[in-house]
Write a protein that binds this ligand. Structure first.
Ligand SMILES: Nc1ncnc2c1ncn2[C@@H]1O[C@H](COP(=O)(O)OP(=O)(O)OP(=O)(O)O)[C@@H](O)[C@H]1O
Ligand SMILES: [Mg+2]
Length: 344
């Protein structure tokens, strides 16, 4: 549905030019939800704004629904943009218009008559749960309600693609969940293709099918979400995941944790299980085979669209040699292990 080919964007020119995007190749299949992640300044907003040509790329092509937007004249582009809705972090509503008239705005620009506008807006108010707010002004709405208005407005022209630039970043976790559910519903019921930017892995985990990682204007990794969470392909992917999966030893233990091994070392080990080994009885096997006592201090299981990821912090007690062999055994079973420190 969306295809970016050799997309580059430079701001300014000559010595002071900023390379915001360099040679980006991205394919977003029809009906999918793709998340773009990257640190601040990586080029995420530039990328998404190039999809509807709010930013004109310096070079490269932008295909949306089989049409190269970079070749279109003003009129062609205006028409093509009806197929592309967009929502933003700060909603960008018109304060002087009611909910109804905010949603009507793009339709007025398209030249639709009053009856046609009403016909389109009524189901959108229902879909977004705003029927009883239709005559309210934005100042009387919560953040989540404002974003619902923005979503309804973005859908008014019946687009095929929805672009979301940090659409939930200004919302609390509960409201974020309800907006993500709405986006999922729109994706499934209207078949809309969604390209969204986020810095929250939780957003990627809960609604994206695929993820694209950008760094310094370059696309460094694209992957289906399940495999990405269990086996990211790049250092940057691992770093994002590391933050998301952080699991800390309990406070009382942290205070006793030594960085170097004392005389009788009991390592505190962080283990990351994935699909291949999460369901096998590894801990009891280890305990038997290597004569260890293993205490589980902290554990977490994540279900990521059918893929399982397990995290555990455990204390290993036993002979130092046996502990070493046991850890090597775990690594050979494709588990990630990390000794966080030691306790007496
Ligand atoms: N209009 C502009 N003029 C000049 N430089 C710009 C402009 N817009 C963005 N940039 C630069 O381009 C780079 C990419 O910016 P962009 O806004 O796309 O990043 P981002 O990944 O969206 O960051 P954030 O997470 O902070 O929103 C940055 O170095 C930024 O300073
Ligand atoms: Mg941005």
């Amino acid at each position: 549905m969306i295809r970016l080919e050799h997309l580059s964007k430079f701001y300014g020119s000559g010595q002071s030019a900023v390379a915001a995007l360099q040679d980006v190749e991205l394919h977003v299949p029809e009906g999918s939800i793709t998340g773009v992640i990257g640190v601040s300044g990586a080029g995420k907003s530039t990328l998404i704004r190039c999809v509807n040509l709010l930013e004109r790329p310096t070079s490269g092509k932008v295909w949306v629904d089989g049409q190269d937007l970079t070749c279109l004249d003003e009129q062609g582009l205006r028409k093509a943009r009806h197929d592309i809705g967009m929502i933003f972090q700060h909603f960008n509503l018109l304060d002087s218009r009611t909910v109804y008239r905010n949603i009507a705005f793009p339709l007025e620009l398209m030249g639709l008559n009053k009856a046609a506008i009403q016909q389109r807006i009524t189901p959108l108010l229902e879909l977004t749960g705003l029927t009883d707010k239709r005559d309210n002004y934005p100042s009387a709405l919560s953040g989540g309600q404002k974003q619902r208005v923005a979503i309804a407005r973005a859908l008014a022209s019946r687009p095929k693609v929805l672009l979301c630039d940090e659409a939930t970043s200004a919302l609390d976790p509960q409201t974020t969940t309800s907006i993500l559910e709405l986006l999922r519903e729109i994706n499934q019921e209207l078949g809309l293709t969604i390209l969204l930017i986020t810095h929250e892995m939780e957003v990627v985990k809960s609604i994206c099918d695929s993820v694209a990682l950008i760094s310094d204007g370059r696309l460094v990794e694209t992957s289906r979400v399940g495999p990405f969470f269990t086996r990211p392909g790049t250092e940057l992917g691992r770093a994002f995941l590391e933050d998301f999966l952080r699991i800390e030893p309990p406070r009382s233990l942290r205070e006793r944790l030594e960085s170097s091994a004392p005389d009788k070392p009991h390592p505190i080990v962080r283990l990351v299980f994935n699909d291949e080994n999460v369901s096998s009885p590894l801990i009891s096997q280890l305990a038997r085979e290597f004569e260890l006592d293993i205490s589980i201090l902290q554990a977490r299981i994540e279900d990521i669209q059918g893929h399982t990821l397990g995290l555990m912090i455990a204390e290993f007690r036993g002979s130092p040699d046996q502990i070493q062999t046991a850890l090597a055994h775990l690594e050979s079973m494709q588990l990630t292990t990390e000794v966080l420190g030691y306790v007496e």
